[in-house]
Design a protein around this ligand. Structure first.
Ligand SMILES: NC(=O)C1=CN([C@@H]2O[C@H](COP(=O)(O)OP(=O)(O)OC[C@H]3O[C@@H](n4cnc5c(N)ncnc54)[C@H](OP(=O)(O)O)[C@@H]3O)[C@@H](O)[C@H]2O)C=CC1
Ligand SMILES: O=C(CO)COP(=O)(O)O
Ligand SMILES: [Zn+2]
Length: 348
């Protein structure tokens, strides 16, 4: 009998989701372990909203804080912040913000071998509770770092974030429909490891959104946050981003490369899910309707992408991660096929 290869499941230890609970952040850190000093990574917009309240909560718990603001999440920028954080000699590193700041903090804590705490201020992506980190560098996709020791969410902060960030999170959630299907294709065609538990968990995150938009049109923020955390946990259990990222993410990574800075991560993954669902023979119209009801974009034009870029992204997507089997391995995408696909799904 063939031994199956082992993989590591690393999970967060403490996750708190509350409302108007930001004042309890210092106590939350002390519950994780004795904490005297923290390094905080947060962007300028987020600092304006949250810095005063976080600073008060930390000083109430006798925790010193040093704030850092990364310019972006490329390797150079992370390296610069990392050398400052190293000098802080803090007990742990906190990432506060959207995916960029959380990822920068996650990467630095991994490099410096310090515990990491994630404080998402927007429900825009599923990296909130996962060990995966996206940095702009050699690889267009995520790398494995360390799972957060703790995740602290104040729904009231997330409610006040720009609406398009929540819509983007909904895009990252519908992406699980096509990602899980691609994983099944990988299992059937290459015999790769497939985790039924983690794939069901990721599928459930998308299902929650599908059901919510069917009934109430607009999804509940707390449900979306929990679904994003749960999708991240699905990746923790799978030991890779496989249940959460398939061909639709490859399409988004290709757009990052061809048109950097245009559209949010989840917006691009949502549009990718419409396209890939059609290729996979899944109900792509249902995905498009779910996105529309969630206020997320379903066309390239809505996020400022040119038609040729969409076509080119479809053609190069699979080459960005050749080892990950997806529907694009079976289709052998050409410019002609890509154009037809994007037109037939109303993406362009
Ligand atoms: N690790 C993983 O598995 C994953 C990582 N990612 C990565 O995450 C990044 C995308 O994250 P995303 O959140 O979409 O984008 P950003 O982190 O770039 O956030 C977008 C903007 O929203 C602002 N913002 C965040 N929260 C609030 C708030 N409450 N109020 C007002 N403004 C707010 C940010 O401000 P500020 O400038 O202050 O930060 C920023 O200007 C990408 O780099 C992507 O690769 C995405 C998915 C999964
Ligand atoms: O965004 C992610 C999951 O939602 C991470 O996926 P990648 O591993 O493709 O970067
Ligand atoms: Zn994603």
């Amino acid at each position: 009998m063939r031994n199956s290869p082992s993989h590591t499941m690393e999970l967060p230890r403490l996750i708190v989701v509350g409302e108007k609970n930001i004042g309890g952040f210092g106590k939350f850190l002390q519950n994780l372990g004795p904490t005297k000093k923290v390094s905080i990574i947060a962007g300028n917009h987020v600092q304006k909203i949250i810095r005063v309240k976080i600073s008060k909560s930390l000083s109430d718990s006798k925790i010193k804080a040093v704030w850092h603001s990364p310019k972006t999440n490329d390797e150079k920028s992370i390296g610069m912040v990392e050398s400052q954080v190293r000098k802080d000699r803090s007990d742990l590193i906190v990432g506060i913000g959207g995916g960029r700041s959380v990822d920068v903090a996650k990467m630095i804590s991994y490099n410096l071998d310090k515990p990491f705490v994630s404080v998402p201020t927007a429900a825009s992506h599923d990296g909130i509770a996962s060990p995966f980190v996206s940095v702009k560098g050699e690889k267009p996709h995520s790398l494995v770092a360390t799972a957060p020791l703790g995740v602290f969410v104040d729904i009231d902060v997330i409610k006040r974030a720009p609406k398009k960030l929540l819509a983007s999170g909904c895009g990252d959630l519908v992406a699980k429909i096509t990602a899980v299907k691609d994983w099944q294709l990988g299992r059937d065609n290459t015999g790769e490891y497939y985790g039924r538990y983690s794939s069901n968990l990721a599928s459930m995150s998308a299902k929650i959104l599908l059901e919510a938009t069917e009934k109430k049109k607009r999804p509940d923020i707390r449900e979306i946050v929990e679904a994003l955390i749960s999708a991240g946990v699905a990746s923790c259990i799978a030991g890779s981003s496989r249940p959460c990222s398939g061909s639709e993410h490859l399409f988004s990574h290709a757009l990052d490369k061809l048109a950097p800075g245009i559209g949010l991560h989840g917006e691009k993954c949502g549009i990718g899910a419409i396209l890939m669902a059609k290729l996979q023979g899944q109900d792509w119209k249902k995905i498009a309707n779910t996105l529309k009801n969630a206020g997320a974009p379903t066309t390239a034009k809505q996020i400022g992408l040119k038609k040729q870029v969409v076509v080119e992204a479809l053609v190069i997507a699979q080459s960005l991660r050749p080892e990950r089997y997806t529907i694009l391995k079976q289709i052998k995408m050409t410019h002609k096929k890509a154009l037809e696909l994007a037109k037939s799904t109303n993406v362009i």
